[in-house]
Design a protein around this ligand. Structure first.
Ligand code: AMP
Length: 394
């Protein structure tokens, strides 16, 4: 029998999972998958340790109207009975918000869940689903230890100034602060820096997590000093469907003059903006790159203009820049986006090696570049697996 931990990342209509056998070194998944379209038309996909998709007859059966509450126990059963010889010893969850108190992964208890419930209004699109998944696992496997890993924890090393909005003190005291997100991704990137940069790993580094959600994190000594996302995952960079930083006056105008309701503004900012809103075509960078429409090109240009401007601001927070890391779907795969961003940063001494960039090589800057530029694939699930194993061992 192989002891393993289950990693779950639950969204509103999707459930991503991965199974990691206990191991001393780098965690390596023997199974990863996703159930998409939950409660409408669920679709199961999964791949084995080599990345090969599982054949049709090896997949988990899905009732068409199954909810998270039906699917989570079924998934636990399927993994243990159909993936031959796997015993799950713990479940680790991605939880988007840990508030001010959670500075690292934490074992789930009733008290912790109660504390995390209070943060639902701060992350209404993610937190309820993350917590519901924890409760579903607890209901179907009450003895299975569970660990919550927070996207906000990595940023709790920031100074007070980096976390403050210029709002009345009472609001800051009430928790209206810049929390930052994508912390599991930054945690992984920070852990890999010594292998790539040696002693320079502790220098001034900005990691750019550019995926459908996008943010940047400025680090020193591999700790977060400042980040582009704030109170919610709306702030900072332009994203697939989210607007990023926006004059708050626009929101007031939309509500006062255009009579949009709170729900309509929420939908506009979270789901109809970003690459999708500007291009009018798609939230998907690869699709926009393949398009000849001028609106697609304008959306890409704006994405890169905003990213370069945000990066320059974050560099000020750490007094310059020694290394820039690109990660996540766009950061790892789009040579065009990396080039357009770096071209705007030539004045900082950044020069890209076009051949390395086109190949998504690990180092994509020239030898003469004042800043090392790297592409490092992120591994948020691996971070959760490691933390889950560490906190439940013994
Ligand atoms: P993520 O949220 O990290 O999965 O990233 C999703 C984003 O990465 C989408 O906008 C994809 O279009 C983008 N992406 C993935 N592969 C490529 C590629 N080869 N070129 C450009 N964008 C890509």
């Amino acid at each position: 029998m192989t002891d393993a931990v289950l990693v779950l990342n639950a969204g509103s209509s999707s459930l991503k999972f991965a199974v990691y056998p206990h191991a001393e070194g780098e965690p390596t998944a023997i199974l990863r998958g996703k159930i998409a379209g939950i409660a409408t038309c669920p679709v199961f996909s999964a791949s084995d340790a080599t990345g090969q998709p599982l054949p049709q007859d090896a997949r988990m059966p899905l009732p068409p109207d199954a909810t998270h509450a039906d699917l989570i126990p079924a998934l636990l059963d399927w993994i243990q009975s159909h993936r031959g010889g796997v015993t799950l010893t713990a479940a680790g969850h991605r939880v988007v918000h840990g508030g001010r108190r959670q500075t690292g992964p934490a074992r789930v208890s009733d008290a912790l869940l109660e504390e995390l419930d209070k943060l639902v209004p701060l992350a209404p699109l993610h937190q309820p689903h993350n917590l519901a998944a924890i409760r579903c696992v607890a209901a179907s496997a009450p003895d299975l230890p569970q660990i919550a890993c927070f996207d906000t924890s990595f940023h709790r090393t920031q100074d007070r100034l980096a976390q403050l909005f210029a709002l009345p003190r009472a609001l800051s005291d009430a928790g209206i602060l810049r929390y930052g997100f994508h912390g599991l991704s930054y945690d992984y990137i920070a852990s890999t820096l010594p292998a790539h940069l040696g002693t320079r790993a502790g220098g001034r580094v900005i990691a750019a997590h550019l995926g459908n959600g996008a943010s940047m994190c400025a680090m020193k000594n591999r700790q977060s000093v400042a980040t582009s996302m704030g109170f919610t995952a709306l702030d900072g960079l332009m994203m697939g469907q989210r607007c990023g930083a926006l004059d708050p006056g626009v929101v007031l105008y939309l509500m006062e003059e255009k009579h949009l309701s709170t729900a309509e503004v929420t939908h506009l900012l979270y789901s109809d903006s970003g690459l999708l809103g500007v291009s009018g075509l798609s939230n998907d960078m690869a699709t926009l790159e393949a398009s000849i429409a001028p609106e697609a090109r304008e959306a890409i240009e704006l994405f890169c203009f905003r990213a370069a401007a945000e990066l320059a601001g974050l560099a000020a927070a750490i007094g310059g820049l020694d290394a820039l890391i690109f990660t996540a779907g766009i950061g790892e795969n789009s040579a065009l986006v990396r080039r357009l961003i770096c071209d705007r940063l030539n004045w900082m001494g950044i020069t890209l090696d076009p051949n390395g960039n086109i190949r998504n090589a690990r180092f994509i800057s020239t030898a003469a570049s004042a800043v090392d530029v790297l592409v490092i694939p992120t591994d948020e699930e691996g971070v959760i697996a490691r933390a889950t194993q560490d906190l439940t061992r013994g």
